[in-house]
Write a protein that binds this ligand. Structure first.
Ligand code: ADP
Ligand code: MG
Length: 374
């Protein structure tokens, strides 16, 4: 009874689902492909590249935006920043925009969504400024409560959306969508009204909302968040910021999107584990656990049959490479895979690695007595 290798190991060391998380510029490339409205932009890793790719936005302002996976950039601060600018800088002057690039690249940006150490900025987006009249919030999410997609909308979008959720939750509207039927025109219109679009703009906003929903389904997203979705002074609707997450289980059919994955901002131990199809979650504390989760026996069987002892070896190697780990606890229930096979795998791994910390192994289930000889 075998399932595909990718799936199996997911039930193995997984305590949490992993979702691919993209940079804003990547999300906007996808939005553009699906017909959503985004401003013109270029992406650069340094000032020279920005100058080469430079786009004149005519009378519009330039918006320089640090590309990191965390949100809250507008109100963020650079460690050792000299100009007091944050992760979103708006200017009419080309030179000031170029200076902002120099200021951002290579520095660490701290926002309320990062740790105190912040995240190093390696790329910036230079986008066309839009004349914003109103900022709204729109997100499409996979929602446990409604067992399917839900659209979360608020007319009070922008950088203080967390405060809106906390202080005026009645200003946040949720519309569950039937995943089989898709979003109806009536629902799209209702959401546009929730966002307080009016007159001519109501239709344009409804169209944009429907496109965003259709995109969410087409790309196997778990989240498409547009904050802000804006109304401009000249009566247009734009996705000014975008954050998208994707279901890792869909990576086999979303190859183009998963090709964006860079691992740059990931925990290096998780990256290492990923190469061996292991799901490793680095956490604080000093007891390391190698466990198999819900589909216990099957997952273990799959792991050992398909990945052989290499998987056990790599799992033990990765968790013991963390200097904070003072002890390893292995807790496995041997069902279809018998305990003797697992014990053999663990003993071989330990012999190869030369363990420097104590390891406690608990095996229970089929062939547990035979496992004692190892
Ligand atoms: P973050 O959510 O990480 O703070 P945003 O992209 O949402 O970053 O930018 C923060 C704020 O900056 C927006 O709410 C908006 O007011 C302003 N802003 C961002 N991009 C533009 C743009 N292209 N034109 C005009 N204003 C912008
Ligand atoms: Mg935003």
């Amino acid at each position: 009874m075998f399932r595909a290798a990718g799936n199996l190991s997911k039930s193995m060391m997984r305590t949490q689902r992993r979702f691919l998380n993209l940079q804003e510029f990547q999300s906007k490339e996808i939005l553009e492909k699906h017909g959503c409205s985004v401003q013109k932009f270029v992406v650069a890793s340094n000032r020279k590249e920005a100058e080469e790719k430079w786009m004149s936005f005519g009378d519009h302002e330039y918006v320089v935006k640090a590309q990191i996976l965390a949100g809250g950039r507008g109100k963020g601060k650079f460690i050792n920043g000299t100009k007091g600018i944050g992760g979103v800088y708006i200017t009419k002057e080309k030179n000031a925009a170029l200076e902002a690039i120099d200021e951002m690249i290579g520095k660490r940006l701290v926002t309320k969504q990062t740790t105190e150490e912040g995240v190093r900025v390696d790329k910036v987006m230079i986008a066309e400024g839009v004349d914003i009249k109103r900022e709204t919030y729109l997100a499409v999410l996979m929602d446990r409560e409604s067992n399917g997609p839900v659209v979360v909308a608020s007319p009070d979008g922008g950088m203080d959306i967390e405060a809106v959720a906390e202080k005026t939750p009645d200003r946040i509207f949720k519309t569950p969508i039937d995943i089989q039927m898709g979003m109806t025109d009536g629902q799209a219109l209702k959401i546009a009204k929730d966002l307080q679009f009016e007159g001519n703009l109501l239709g344009a906003a409804a169209t944009e909302i429907k496109r965003l929903y259709d995109l969410f389904i087409a790309v196997d997203a778990t989240q498409v968040e547009i904050n802000p979705l804006v109304e401009t002074a000249d009566g247009r609707v734009f996705c000014v910021d975008a954050k998208m997450n994707f279901d890792d289980s869909a990576s086999y059919r979303q190859k183009e999107i998963f090709a964006y994955e860079t691992f740059e901002e990931h925990d290096p131990r998780e990256v290492d584990a990923h190469q061996f199809n292991l799901n490793y979650i680095g956490m604080d504390g000093n007891i390391a656990c190698l466990v198999n989760g819900a589909g216990l026996a099957m997952a273990t069987m799959d792991l050992i049959k398909l990945h052989g002892e290499d998987a056990v070896f790599n799992a033990v190697r990765i968790i013991t490479s963390d200097p904070r780990v003072k002890c390893v606890l292995i807790n496995i229930f041997g069902g279809i895979v018998n305990c003797a096979t697992i014990a053999n795998g663990v003993v071989n791994a330990v012999n190869k690695i030369g363990l420097k910390v104590p390891m406690v192994v608990r095996l229970e289930g089929t062939n547990v007595d035979a496992a004692n000889i190892y």
